[in-house]
Design a protein around this ligand. Structure first.
Ligand code: G6P
Length: 482
């Protein structure tokens, strides 16, 4: 019998908006929905998520347990939305998930000054734990018996696997970590109690998954911080409290056919023509990012400035288009960062621009059609995060690009493991190296560009999101003997 697949993630597959007093459902845009919704639907499973907006909460309140069934374009989503007090949710999401854990796993702390953890942080951690326990409770209720496979998603829910094991010891659980996993020494900065809860929280799962070997190894290294864990690096497993926890590597994929179909719409063609008219005979250097602090947008602009200084023959012959999507505006560091990114672009323009040429153009909140159009027509794509779990822009761009565009990619991005051999690798704090990489990208002989572009395209499309989910489910079922 095929087990029912239950998924838990903070952001659910469907969100609600108020349209003239009616709550209307929209499918979330993230790749996770594409990857996991089919497995949930095919097995008659259910998705547990947080009600993130007042509209989500209004919809959730229609059922005592927040259960619902929503139909969007012939697909049925069975959901359970969990509502929390504003204050508890704010501490869970903003204070712990977005500030403490995101910064931790992306190595974003300015260690001489931050973080500073006081009583407020302990209080926030309690809220984080209570939200995780609520998720585990809902999953235990839904799992009913051993015939469910639970897929817990990401750092917001790090404590769910252990909490679920306490409530429902026979339920098989896989946890997937979508961001980098911090190395043991960095984790040691967390107070002992939090650190141990974080690691043992994940060890409640049967299978813990990562996008790359590096993050998996960091997790194994973190497990060595526990006195009573036996870490087997070569087997990629941890023996803990009499159980074997497997650690797996499952690089997430994009849905290349679906992306190509979306990009072939007339509206995207129209936008591409507009963009090509705008850039004229100038080369187009592109970046597409959420404005997360880990994306390294400021150094991206600074390296471009160096490139213009060092290679003056390129002035007026290139434009840098940055399509930015504001992220997590409730976190003060994010507000400041976005401001700084825009100021940096402005500064480059004041230094090198003139009446006929604006070196950098930033566009905010663009439609996905604009992104698709830009992907098709860049000459070079800059993906230079400080650290990134995977980075799907690095896969989406080359899949759609029609100009043998060159990918400039941080060696610290998860995507580098798969795409690095056909990209120009950069080290994200090395401005001189990034400036040279831009020059190399724009002067690369056509033949080499074509060969690299073909490899990138092939590699990016070689797996599907559904395979990513299936491999985890298969491994989970094998190891728990279903
Ligand atoms: C990025 C990360 C994901 C994470 C998501 C949360 O996309 O790669 O791992 O789950 O951010 O974003 P949110 O907007 O929900 O805070």
């Amino acid at each position: 019998m095929t087990p029912r697949v239950l998924v838990a993630s903070n952001r659910g597959p469907v969100t609600f908006t108020d349209v003239d007093g009616q709550l209307e459902a929209q499918r979330g845009s993230g790749g996770l929905v594409t990857a996991l919704a089919p497995a949930v639907q095919e097995t008659g499973g259910l998705w547990v998520a947080a009600a993130m907006s007042p509209e989500d909460r209004a919809k959730a309140s229609e059922d005592p347990n927040g259960r619902m069934e929503v139909k969007i374009e012939d697909a049925v989503y069975r959901l359970r939305l969990l509502s929390f007090d504003d204050d508890v949710y704010d501490r869970f999401y903003n204070s712990i998930s977005n500030r403490l854990l995101w910064f931790l796993h992306h190595y974003l702390w300015d260690l001489p000054r931050s973080p500073v953890l006081g009583v407020g942080s302990r209080h926030a951690w309690d809220a984080y734990r209570s939200v995780n326990v609520r998720f585990a409770g809902a999953l235990a209720e839904e799992a009913e018996d051993a015939e469910s496979s639970v897929l817990v998603q990401d750092y917001h829910l790090s404590l769910v696997p252990s909490a679920l094991r306490e409530l429902s010891p026979r339920t098989r659980t896989a946890y997937f970590h979508h961001v980098p996993f911090a190395a043991a020494d960095y984790l040691r900065l967390l107070p002992l109690e939090m650190r141990e809860q974080l690691i043992t929280g994940l060890l409640g799962a049967d299978l813990v998954g990562f996008h790359t070997e590096r993050w998996a190894e960091n997790f194994l290294g973190a497990c060595r911080l526990l006195d009573d864990a036996t870490v087997m690096y070569r087997r990629r497993a941890v023996r803990w409290q009499g159980r074997l926890v497997r650690v797996g590597v499952y690089p997430i994929a994009i849905d290349a056919p679906q992306l190509r179909a979306a990009a072939s719409e007339p509206e995207v063609r129209r936008k591409r023509t507009e963009l090509e008219r705008w850039r004229g005979d100038r080369k187009l250097l592109l970046r597409v990012d959420r404005t997360d602090l880990s994306k390294n947008i400021i150094r991206g602009f600074q390296s471009y400035e160096r490139f213009l200084r060092r290679f003056p023959q390129w002035r007026r012959k290139v434009v840098f288009l940055a399509l930015l999507h504001p992220s997590r505006s409730d976190v003060p560091e994010y507000q400041v960062y976005l401001e700084e990114c825009l100021q940096e672009a402005q500064r480059v323009n004041e230094t090198y621009g003139d009446a006929d040429w604006t070196p950098v153009t930033t566009r905010m909140n663009q439609d996905f059609d604009d992104v698709l159009a830009a992907y098709q027509t860049y000459d070079a794509l800059m993906v230079n995060p400080v650290f990134d779990g995977m980075n799907l822009v690095a896969k989406e761009g080359p899949t759609l690009n029609r100009k043998h565009g060159v990918l400039i990619l941080s060696r610290t991005a998860g995507a580098y493991a798969e795409l690095g051999r056909a990209a120009i690798g950069v080290d994200p704090v090395d401005l001189a190296g990034m400036a040279e990489a831009i020059e190399l990208a724009l002067t690369m002989p056509e033949e080499e560009r074509a060969a690299r572009a073909a490899t990138l395209r092939r590699t990016a499309a070689s797996r599907s999101p559904a395979q990513w989910a299936r491999r985890q489910l298969r491994d989970l079922e094998r190891m728990t003997g279903s």
